[in-house]
Design a protein around this ligand. Structure first.
Ligand code: PEP
Ligand code: MG
Length: 892
């Protein structure tokens, strides 16, 4: 149905056990809307409301900031729907309906967009609220909170200005905390707030409730494009084109006295995954109080109380009936959603309401435990368990930990909000973090974090906050980023002006080193040793299930013995790419490859190659040994010359001495070899053809190494591939050289040295000519880095307009990180099909950076490729992503 169709639905209502939306509508309703509709339809108590779809947001931005024509009418109908269920009228001076206006995109973007509570209050309805509830203080407190939120979010008066007014009244009254203010004080605050708005904006705070509603909806749609939301989307690869939904929900109040409360909870511990009802609540409070960290929240369950060493009574102890109801909802929601849930609830005078429910963010450790436990509890099957773990997040499990044997001085302790270990120098602001992170690792220390700190948090190795709990902004965001985080370290006192901090008796300053463990919540003085993580327990179980499920082979991009061993330990089934030129990155060896590149006379060439041959032979032999029983795919030399030519005077001098020529001569040769577009220059097979002696040397090294290793009982499977080829002729020339070397060795040693010959596919012409390439190549290894570069015509090294392209919605994600399915992907599909039309058994895979990226792995599986190859630390990620791809693609 077209957007202009008069029956097009812009608004979906829910309430009283019936919902117009259902769980297939995430894209339209957003995560929060979906949760509300879904909870309502399974009988979980939710306050009624309606969702204005994400399509309205995208329509608004696509139509020069105009809303669809019929939207107003639909919103009014939605309000009527709420009024009927609640039995109150919006704007009624005697008994007003109040609503909240909440943002909610397809995926959660915690704290990035706006929410407005208590909407519908004005000078008259506040009196009605007072008379109806008999609670004057509550009514005026709600009103002052509303003016502050509305004034800040909708009208753009800075939050700090409101705080000044509030502080002024508190000082005058001689009180420290908000709850100590009387109703009269609150009325004074309200007068001050209204005056502030008129002064700052030149017009008054709107008393018309319809105007409040329109403006609030408009502000929430507008918040989709506030700078912090844009930054968050860029960091998390969330397309700017998705838009947010807006939910209008009848207000329920957790601040109506001691039988009211509000809280947030996870159905299991989000840090460890333990099956413990884990959350915090506050009696007589509104949602913002829990998050703001002003009062110390109480734990929901006794188990949570114990785990958090809390002295305050748990809800299980102090509100047992409410706890029982909440616990039932917890079980119902977990079973229904087949996953750990993150919920927000309010108890209004002894009646429970759920305000939000979504799959909870969790650490990788928790994700793995929850997946295995839910399977063991019979709630999900193995395929579902595999899909519950985010492959990118398991990076955390591969992260370093504090060495248990290391000597350490504990400075302080906080909550273990996000795991991993980090050492760094202290910084106190997000801005300083960004500046100083360029010079070395930093740890960001804050009272608490806010979305404005997002860039600083991103570059910091770890984050520590003085306030906040496991559900605070710092905790949620750091967990999502996979960075270690400690929250609620009350002992940490920061002096922002002097840039100093004290932990009890120890005083430190900006630039001093500290270390931290997000697993234990401990902070240490100075640099503490860290160790590699161990793969065991539930993680091993998930990996075993992944290996049983996946179809794709996972190989490694590795050239050093250390990397190859690491890859094998992480489960690699061979090496899919040995970049032979990288074997010379070591400063002691780089001279040899430079000598070879710059060699001019036959004599120089011979000498340089003679130097390289033994290195290469022994390196290859080592790789064959490590990968005993698995293929090792060696790529002929592909040195983009600019990366390997000597650059500094020191390099030139060293090389001149080594090859016994003058520095002038070296400089001249550098000029001769200089290329304007080195990435499109004499590299890859072009270099191997124009300098056949290099190919001869490499062939000799590979076959000798294979022969030597085989003699020692190693099962060797050498594969050789040609970089940057575009035609059969190129690869034929090189194959002939290799075969000649092989035949000579076989003859001299009276052995057989089998090998598999293949080519890389890195250029559009190679895709087009895949049929002829498959006449002699037995495998195609897609070099998606170069293929992306040459298909898009964008340099892989200087993609400076990346953010601009993302901001403008031209790319949803960086095409050098996630395969551009529409462009590069189409070429790959064509190449595979043309290749297979000639050779049915042709083996295909990806060895560019995309080979370790989950979405690209999904693509590789979907088009029937055989393998992906990636760097060692991405092997476990790729194993899991390949299993998820198999599950998803099986469903299709
Ligand atoms: C590629 O281009 O994708 C590739 C694997 O080769 P390199 O990155 O070494 O150019
Ligand atoms: Mg390449």
């Amino acid at each position: 149905m077209s957007l202009e169709d008069e029956n097009h639905k812009w608004v979906y209502t829910y309430g009283a056990g019936k919902a117009e939306g259902d769980r297939t509508m995430r894209n339209l309703l957003g995560g929060k809307g979906l949760g509300l509709h879904d909870m309502c339809s399974i009988g979980v108590p939710v306050p009624p409301g309606f969702t204005i779809t994400t399509e309205v947001c995208t329509y608004y931005y696509d139509h020069n900031k105009q809303y669809p024509k019929r939207l107003q009418g639909d919103i009014q109908a939605g309000m009527k729907h709420i009024e009927t269920i609640v039995g109150k009228k919006f704007g009624d001076e005697a008994d007003p309906l109040l609503v909240s206006v909440r943002s909610g995109a397809r995926v959660s973007m915690p704290g990035m967009m706006d929410t407005i509570l208590n909407l519908g209050l004005n000078d008259k309805t506040v009196v009605g609220l007072h008379t109806k509830t008999g609670n004057e203080r509550f009514a005026y407190d709600s009103y002052r909170r509303f003016i502050q939120m509305f004034g800040d979010i909708v009208m753009g008066v800075p939050h700090a200005d409101f705080e000044k007014v509030l502080q002024g009244v508190k000082d005058k009254a001689g009180v420290k905390q908000d709850p100590e203010l009387t109703t009269e004080h609150l009325k004074e605050v309200i007068t001050g707030y209204k005056k502030l708005i008129t002064e700052k904006k030149g017009h008054e705070f709107p008393q018309d409730v319809q105007e409040q509603l329109q403006q609030a909806i408009h502000a929430v749609f507008g918040s989709w494009n506030n700078p912090r939301a844009i930054t968050y989307r860029n960091i998390n690869d969330i397309p700017h084109t998705w838009g947010t939904a807006v939910n209008i929900v009848a207000m329920v109040f957790g601040n109506m006295g001691d039988t009211s409360a509000t809280g947030v909870a996870f159905t299991r511990n989000p840090a460890t995954g333990e099956k413990v009802f884990f959350g915090e609540y506050l009696v007589n409070a509104q949602g913002e109080d829990v998050v703001a960290g002003i009062r110390t929240p109480q734990q929901i369950s006794n188990a949570g109380k114990e785990a958090q060493h809390s002295d305050l009574p748990s809800m299980e102890e102090s509100m047992p009936q409410m706890y029982k109801e909440l616990n039932e909802v917890r079980e119902k929601l977990e079973k229904h959603n087949r996953d750990m849930q993150d919920i927000e609830f309010t108890i209004q005078e002894g009646k429970l309401y759920l305000l939000q429910c979504r799959n909870g963010k969790r650490t990788a450790k928790a994700a793995v435990k929850i997946a295995v436990d839910l399977y063991n509890e019979g709630i999900i099957d193995k395929d579902q368990a595999l899909c519950l773990v985010d492959p990118n997040a398991i990076n955390q499990l591969l992260h370093r930990q504090i060495d248990p044997k290391a000597k350490k001085t504990i400075l302080s302790r906080g909550l273990n909000a996000s795991p991993g270990a980090a050492c760094g120098t202290i910084v106190f602001t997000a801005e300083d973090a960004e500046n100083k992170a360029k010079d070395g690792p930093v740890i960001l220390l804050r009272e608490e974090t806010s979305p404005d700190d997002i860039n600083g948090m991103h570059v910091a190795k770890g984050v520590i906050t003085a306030r906040g709990g496991m559900t605070s902004h710092a905790a949620v965001v750091a967990r999502g980023m996979g960075a270690p985080c400690i929250t609620g370290c009350g002992e940490m006192v920061i002096n922002f002006e002097k840039k100093t901090v004290s932990f009890g008796k120890t005083d430190l300053k900006e630039g001093d080193w500290i270390s931290m463990s997000g697993d234990s919540g401990e902070i240490y003085l100075g640099k503490v040793d860290t160790i590699e993580p161990q793969i065991s327990g539930d993680f091993e179980t998930i990996m075993k299930w992944a290996d049983e499920t996946r179809r794709l082979h996972i190989e490694a991009n590795a050239e050093t013995p250390k990397d190859a061993q690491q890859a094998r330990d992480f489960g690699a089934q061979g090496i899919g790419l040995v970049r032979t030129e990288h074997m010379f990155f070591d400063p002691k060896r780089i001279v040899s490859i430079r000598k070879m590149i710059l060699a001019d006379t036959d004599e120089e060439k011979k000498n340089a190659l003679a130097e390289l041959l033994p290195y290469q032979t022994s390196d290859f032999e080592e790789l064959f040994k490590i990968m005993d029983g698995f293929p090792v795919t060696i790529r002929l030399l592909d040195p983009p010359l600019h990366e390997f030519l000597p650059k500094t005077d020191k390099d030139i001098k060293e090389l001149a001495q080594e090859i016994n020529v003058t520095e002038e001569l070296i400089r001249k040769r550098i000029v001769t070899l200089h290329e304007l577009n080195p990435m499109l220059g004499n590299r890859g097979c072009r270099l191997c053809i124009s300098r056949p002696e290099i190919t001869e040397m490499q062939g000799k090294a590979i076959f000798t190494a294979a022969m030597n290793a085989a003699k020692k009982g190693v099962k060797v499977y050498p594969q050789i591939m040609i970089p940057l080829a575009v035609s059969k002729k190129e690869i034929q020339i090189l194959k002939d050289i290799l075969d000649k070397e092989k035949a000579a060795l076989e003859k001299a040693n009276n052995v057989e040295i089998p090998y598999v010959f293949g080519t890389m596919i890195e250029l559009p012409r190679a895709c087009l000519r895949s049929a002829e390439l498959a006449e002699i190549a037995h495998f195609f290894s897609f070099g998606t880095n170069d293929l992306t570069q040459t298909t898009l015509g964008i340099s892989r090294d200087d993609f400076s307009f990346r953010d601009c392209y993302k901001d403008n919605g031209i790319f949803d994600s960086d095409p050098f990180a996630v395969i551009d399915e529409e462009g590069v992907g189409e070429l790959i599909k064509m190449s595979v099909s043309r290749g297979k039309s000639v050779q049915k058994e042709l083996r295909t895979g990806i060895c560019g950076e995309h080979g370790g990226e989950p979405k690209s792995i999904q693509f590789a599986d979907a088009i029937g490729m055989d393998y992906v190859s990636c760097s060692p630390f991405r092997i476990p990620i790729a194993r899991l992503a390949a299993a998820q791809a198999a599950v998803q693609n099986k469903k299709k």
